[in-house]
Design a protein around this ligand. Structure first.
Ligand SMILES: [Zn+2]
Length: 446
């Protein structure tokens, strides 16, 4: 769907950051009009007049907010819910990997990668999530896989920062294909000079330190240097990473990555449940990002991340579960309150929530998180069912307790309406379910 010029009248606009790229957070709530043009907010104010030919929508005081950002996702797992249980019951996090996810990523083919991406992106969009940092793996279908993911996101209308999870678990030939897929996609992004807010960006992807040989870390660092981007990887998801590093005689995971120059500005580390205070400080000093995936950590039993000690550059991710960022934030908030120990609290929730937009700004070079003039026109229009008034004083409380995916009425990305409540899916559901069945059947034979 192409961009349009449209005047959204009488909205209650919530946004988090000024349009200036390095400005501090200053959440505000204002009742005003927004003019969307060429994918951006072109005007903002009270009593705006629509230009000739523009569409006009009276929102009657509905809440409008920036589309949500997911800092760590695996769209390739979108067809996993409902699959038969593993033959051998997992007893550890490593078993979860070998019995479930490392079978799923070997079962995927080009078509099922696409259906996973488009269906997972559609799930995200319906929760108000408009930008996803995806971490992709499909070990027997590596080449061009990021193009299939990109096509799925594009068909759903969701922006993405993509990478391929490089690993040594398939041997050196397979490892080289993973590296090449990252390089190929990054070159494609670099050569794309189309105007406007970019839909896609690339990072250098890697699974986790414990499945990466030293030589591979060296290659990953070279690709980061070549394209001027950071690494996106799992780090200390439970104690497996540290234990396996020790078994191999390697330094601890953070020192090891740091030794290869991978803890750098623009790098994105998911989980960090097993990080020491010194390691957390180093990650902060290097300007890297930590992504907290609270629900996934609970599901995998990998422990509680020290979220109260995470560096300033921190945000939320869903780690393949779904696209519901409100749910992700509130689960971590609740979990901290349950024990009163290491709580995220309101201040941490605000830091992590706005962190997603700061991360998107850094990687995309665009003022996400603002709905002021010049900002990308990526926004959620809520229905009028939310029950209590929104203000600058209570917006975070409403994000934690008040708003849910069923409050999303419309989602706009790049200045065009991508979703209205009740819309049909942008893919063939019968074909998607057939693709899911096919990969489940393949998994049983791996
Ligand atoms: Zn993950």
């Amino acid at each position: 769907m192409s961009q349009t010029t449209v005047l959204l009248k009488d909205a209650i606009v919530l946004d988090y950051l000024p349009v200036e790229m390095n400005a501090d957070a200053s959440p505000r709530v204002e009742r005003c009009d927004l003019l969307l043009q060429e994918g951006r907010i072109a005007e903002r104010g009270v009593g705006l007049t629509a230009p000739a030919g523009a569409g006009v929508r009276d929102l009657g005081g509905r809440v409008v907010m920036p589309g949500h950002v997911n800092g760590h996702h695996h769209l390739y797992s979108a067809l996993a819910p409902g699959m038969p249980p593993p033959v051998n019951t997992p007893r550890s996090f490593q078993d979860v990997l070998t019995e479930i996810w490392w079978k799923l990523d070997r079962a995927l083919d080009a078509e099922s990668i696409y259906y996973s991406a488009v269906a997972g992106a559609w799930d995200s969009l319906r929760c108000g999530t408009t930008l996803v940092f995806d971490h992709h793996s499909s070990l027997t279908a590596v080449g061009d896989s990021l193009d299939h993911v990109e096509r799925g996101l594009r068909d759903a209308g969701v922006r993405g920062a993509l990478c391929y999870e490089t690993t040594d678990r398939g041997g050196p030939g397979s490892r080289d294909m993973c590296l090449e897929e990252n390089r190929r996609y990054l070159a494609k992004i670099r050569d794309n000079t189309s105007a406007g807010v970019p839909w896609f960006r690339g990072l250098v992807g890697a699974h986790a330190g414990f499945t990466l040989e030293n030589q591979t870390l060296e290659h990953l660092s070279e690709i980061c240097d070549e394209f001027g981007v950071g690494l996106h990887t799992h780090l200390c998801e439970g104690n497996t990473d540290r234990e396996l590093c020790r078994e191999r005689g390697w330094p601890d995971p953070v020192s090891r990555f740091d030794g290869f120059g991978l803890i750098r500005k623009g790098s994105l580390f998911a989980h960090g449940t097993d990080l020491t205070p010194l390691e957390l400080r180093l990650i902060g000093e290097r300007g890297s990002w930590l992504v907290h995936n609270g629900r996934s950590n609970m599901n995998n039993g990998v422990g509680r991340a020290p979220v109260d000690r995470f560096p300033d550059n921190a945000c939320f991710g869903t780690d393949g579960l779904d696209g519901n960022m409100w749910g992700e934030m509130r689960t971590t908030f609740f979990r901290g309150n349950e024990t009163g120990r290491g709580s995220l609290g309101f201040a941490g929730s605000l830091q992590f929530w706005i962190g997603g937009y700061r991360l998107a700004r850094e990687i995309f070079g665009e003022p996400f998180g603002s709905l002021d003039v010049g900002a990308p026109a990526d926004l959620v229009i809520c229905n009028d069912a939310h029950k209590s008034p929104l203000s600058e004083d209570n917006w975070l409380s409403l994000m934690l307790f008040g708003f849910h995916p069923w409050d999303v009425r419309e989602v706009w990305v790049d200045g065009a309406q991508r979703y209205v409540y009740g819309d049909a899916a942008p893919y063939d559901g019968v074909a998607c379910r057939a693709a899911a069945r096919r990969i489940w059947d393949r998994m049983a034979k791996i």
